[in-house]
Design a protein around this ligand. Structure first.
Ligand code: SF4
Length: 63
């Protein structure tokens, strides 16, 4: 499974990183990014939930 954050859509409310801080990181301007697009198997569920709570639908998950 892979994940990325769409830079055009993202805003700075950080809900994703509250759900899965291991994958969703916050930069100096309070925007979310992922360090590594390949998701470890043990974090897949959390990553999906993080995508669901993003109000901008800025998180793109692909299986
Ligand atoms: S929840 Fe969505 S819009 Fe908010 S910081 Fe995370 S990716 Fe960005």
């Amino acid at each position: 499974m892979r994940v990325r954050v769409d830079r055009e859509r993202r805003q700075g409310h950080n809900r994703c990183s509250m759900v899965c801080p291991e994958v969703y990181k916050i930069d100096d301007e309070s925007y979310a990014y992922v360090e590594q697009e390949e998701v470890p198997a043990n974090l897949e569920e959390q990553v999906r939930r993080g995508a669901e709570v993003c109000p901008e639908q800025a998180i793109v998950v692909s299986e």
